[in-house]
Structures are given as structure tokens and as C-alpha cells.
Design a protein around this ligand. Structure first.
Ligand code: T5A
Length: 212
């Protein structure tokens, strides 16, 4: 079934630490805008005032069990969807979002042991029928991504996790992409930023049928 006429498209960027999501999101939003599409660039956790407050809480430290931590991410996500993403899509704006619900399944699920059942329950409760139209998974060996991320300065609470944690997160993302190949495209994030952008624009053309 195609998208509702006049509705924007929802593109999410996923991947481990330092995979290049922020870099790609900036370039992609610029390329889509240059092709004449209205675009909103946003990120998680965050993207709405209440969600940014939850981001500061989560990334600032603290310790929660995986269900509690997932609920914090979904609380932020609910605010983000209700106040930013949903209204933009309704207005015909394309949304490019740096991380979304797949990050919770990879980090809190594969990384921290949250069950898929709980994740699905939280998705149902907070997202309704909303799912990304396209997810670009930037895949990179964790040690390369961590090297890129840490070269920018202080590590956040997830970046300080073990190598084994980051390996599980990577496997978690790849498992999601394997389960939903119609929604997800895996990109080699070790390529240059320009090559990653070109691969992303090709995926948008192929999957969404838009000449971006
Ligand atoms: N989290 C998030 C959860 O646990 N559960 C959830 O549900 C959600 C939503 C968010 C943290 O929260 C966790 C995951 C995260 O740990 P964040 O600060 O927003 O924290 O961190 P990230 O989303 O991981 O973003 P990063 O900024 O660390 O990485 P990016 O955005 O993937 O990478 P980017 O673009 O900033 O690039 C990093 C460096 O690499 C260079 C850039 O210039 C930059 O210096 N670079 C490249 N170099 C070579 N080749 C390329 N192709 C490059 N692309 C970028």
C-alpha cells in the first residue's frame, strides 16, 4: 500500500556509535531540499522540548533496568512523534530522523537484554501505526565507529559500554535489517561521506520512487 497522498515520508538513520548518522542526516536533508522537497531534520533521543529533557536525563548518567531505560526512550519518542514528527508528516514534510525505535531494540534489546515482546508492546503503546518508510542502517565495525566518536571528546554512557556490548548492538541492527528487508537498507559506513550519501540517495530513489 502506498503512502497517503500529500503526506511526507519518514526516513530514519540507524547504526552504532560514530557510524556517521549526523553527517549523513545533514547531507541528506540538504540534497532532498535541493531537489525541491520540504524537509525536517531531527534526532533521538530528543527532537521536542520534553524529549530533549529526557535526553539530558538519559545521557547525563544514572542507572536503570532495561525496561525502565526503554520506557524513558519511548517517553521521549512519544513526545517527539506527537509534537514534531507527526505534524510534519501530516503537513507533507519529509522527516529525516537520526535514530528511532530500532535503536531501542538494538541498544536496550540486543545490548541490555530487553525482550522483543516488551519493545513491541512499547511501540504499540506509543507509536500507533507509525513506522519509518525507509531505514538506512549505517553498518561499521564498532571499533572504527568508536574511534570516530571518541575523537570528538567525552564519551556518553553508551559509548562507555564494553566492546562486547557494541558488538551485540551491531548484530542487533543487522538482525532487524534482515527481518525487514523491505524497510531497511544496509549501507557500508566505512565508505567516504560522499559515497554514503550517494548510496542513500540511490536507496531513496529505488525504495520510495522519488528522484532525489
Ligand atoms: N540510544 C538512543 C539508545 O540507547 N536507545 C535509543 O532508543 C536511542 C534513540 C545517543 C545515544 O543514545 C543511545 C545511542 C547513543 O549512544 P548521541 O550523542 O546522539 O547519543 O550519539 P549517536 O547517535 O551515536 O551519534 P554520534 O554523534 O556518536 O555518531 P554519528 O552521528 O553516527 O556520527 P557523526 O556523523 O557524528 O560522525 C562521527 C565522526 O566521524 C566522522 C565525522 O566527521 C565525525 O567526526 N565521519 C566520518 N569519517 C569518515 N567517513 C565517514 N563516512 C564519516 N562519517 C562521519
Amino acid at each position: 500500500m502506498g503512502p497517503e497522498p500529500g503526506r511526507g515520508r519518514f526516513i530514519t538513520l540507524e547504526g552504532g556509535e560514530g557510524a556517521g548518522k549526523t553527517t549523513l542526516s545533514r547531507a541528506l536533508a540538504g540534497a532532498l531540499a535541493a531537489s525541491g522537497l520540504p524537509v525536517l531534520r531531527t534526532r533521538e533521543p530528543g527532537g521536542a522540548p520534553g524529549a530533549e529533557a529526557v535526553r539530558a536525563l538519559i545521557l547525563g548518567g544514572g542507572s536503570w533496568d532495561p525496561v525502565a531505560e526503554a520506557m524513558l526512550h519511548f517517553a521521549a519518542r512519544r513526545e517527539h512523534v506527537a509534537r514534531t514528527i507527526g505534524p510534519a508528516l501530516d503537513a507533507g514534510i519529509w522527516v529525516v530522523c537520526d535514530r528511532f525505535a530500532d535503536s531501542t531494540l538494538a541498544y536496550q534489546g540486543a545490548g541490555q537484554g530487553l525482550s522483543r515482546d516488551v519493545w513491541e508492546c512499547l511501540c504499540g503503546l506509543t507509536l500507533g501505526a507509525l513506522r519509518p518508510d525507509l531505514t538506512l542502517l549505517l553498518d561499521l565495525p564498532p571499533e572504527r565507529g568508536m574511534g570516530r566518536a571518541l575523537s570528538r571528546g567525552d564519551a556518553n554512557r553508551y559509548e562507555r559500554q564494553s566492546d562486547a556490548f557494541h558488538a551485540r548492538v551491531r548484530d542487533g541492527f543487522l538482525a532487524i535489517a534482515a527481518q525487514e528487508p523491505e524497510r531497511c537498507v544496509v549501507l557500508d559506513a566505512s565508505r567516504s561521506p560522499g559515497e554514503v550519501l550517494d548510496l542513500s540517495l540511490a536507496a531513496i530513489r529505488n525504495r520510495l520512487g522519488v528522484a532525489a
